[in-house]
Design a protein around this ligand. Structure first.
Ligand SMILES: *Cc1c(COP(=O)(O)O)cnc(C)c1O
Length: 358
């Protein structure tokens, strides 16, 4: 295609993404009822309400705009990604919007609901047995077909405009304006690419907010080990049951220096918390939301113990509907050897009575 036509196509593509944004509403900030802790408010930013159902919708929009404006994607480019599912679902949506082929390289054990969602949006899934090889396989497939490896793990932290432009942090602060504690004491989030924590952490510094940022991280993950000791770059090597977070290695987009505190959460505790919260809210949430809630409960109990009032904001990253055959299936939990009943009861007690004991 001649250069001029190629530029026209890029302008058209950016316009399509901007029009989609103009048609979209902001995501809700949901208060979590905590009757036993009247001085402490926990809120969840409901990222499941994006058109593709997770916080990866923001990331996919940013990655496509960044790649288009960098001259990496043209009208004939196959877009390839290494993703455990949610990013690929959102990228498939934008690829289809632009008429581009999309290939997702995913671990074979990815929930079948997610694979169906990628395929329903016109994407192709390429399963690999070893989750540690998804990056290399995605790069190889892109090179073989002359496509573009859009590479969430490298570009998440730089593709998003951290100063504002209605990023997740700006949206949270705008929505908190009329709350009793409009500037939260803590924001709690997980890390998969690390893009969300980097965006929030930089935003907090840029606007000179006193809010502190807590990383909620699965026990097997490399991220909290690296945060405690920068010479560490690997996790335990055990599989993580919490999709979207908990990486076996430190990813390029993870920025440890903007994080003030790390809370380590066992997978059992995350799943138990997600199930208890789902009953409390009357709707299912994903596993990483459970990880976040455990960190929120620890911080809230600490604050209550010191008679401190304040707000804690975290993220409802995706809906539990995607995990009906995994986290919400008693048979699946039994097959994994995961007994989450004590953890579920602990979180139910926190939500009803305000007490937390690890
Ligand atoms: C990606 C993801 C996260 C973590 O977000 P990052 O910005 O990639 O660090 C948390 N939960 C879910 C469900 C995700 O898909």
């Amino acid at each position: 295609m001649p250069a001029m036509q190629e530029q026209d196509w890029v302008h058209w593509a950016i316009g399509r993404i901007e029009a989609d944004y103009a048609r979209s509403a902001d995501t809700h900030l949901l208060p979590v009822p905590l009757p036993a802790l009247p001085g402490i408010a926990i809120y969840l930013k409901d990222e499941s309400s994006h058109p593709t159902g997770s916080l990866k919708h923001r990331l996919a929009r940013s990655l496509f705009l960044h790649a288009l404006c960098s001259g990496w994607i043209g009208p004939d480019t196959t877009v390839v990604e290494a993703s455990s599912g949610s990013t690929a679902v959102s990228e498939a949506y934008f690829a289809r919007m632009l008429g581009l082929p999309f290939v997702a390289v995913i671990p074979e054990r990815t929930a079948r609901e997610k694979i169906a969602a990628i395929e329903a949006l016109g994407g192709t899934c390429h399963g690999v047995a070893d989750p540690g090889t998804v990056h290399a396989v995605a790069a190889r497939i892109a090179a073989q077909c002359g496509g573009h490896h859009i590479d969430q793990f490298t570009f998440a932290e730089r593709a998003t405009d951290w100063r504002g432009n209605n990023n997740i942090a700006e949206s949270i602060f705008t929505q908190m304006r009329r709350e009793p504690h409009p500037v939260p004491t803590w924001i709690v989030c997980g890390a998969g690419t690390g893009g969300t924590s980097a965006t929030i952490g930089r935003f907090l510094r840029y606007y000179r907010h006193p809010t502190q940022l807590c990383l909620a991280d699965p026990a097997s993950s490399a991220f909290h080990r690296h945060w405690y000791d920068r010479t560490q770059s690997a996790g335990t090597g055990e599989p993580c049951h919490i999709e979207g977070i908990g990486r076996p290695r430190v990813e390029a987009s993870f920025v440890p220096s903007v994080i003030d505190r790390a809370e380590v959460v066992a997978d059992r505790a995350s799943i138990g918390a997600a199930r208890a919260l789902s009953r409390h809210l009357g709707r299912r949430v994903g596993g990483s939301t459970g990880t976040n809630l455990v960190a929120c409960a620890r911080i809230a109990a600490e604050m209550a113990g010191r008679s401190e009032d304040g707000a804690i904001v975290s993220i409802l990253c995706d809906s539990g509907e995607r995990y009906a055959s995994t986290l919400y299936s008693d048979d699946w939990l039994a097959a994994q050897g995961l007994d989450v009943s004590a953890d579920e009861a602990r979180m139910a007690r926190f939500l009803a009575e305000g007490c937390w004991q690890d």
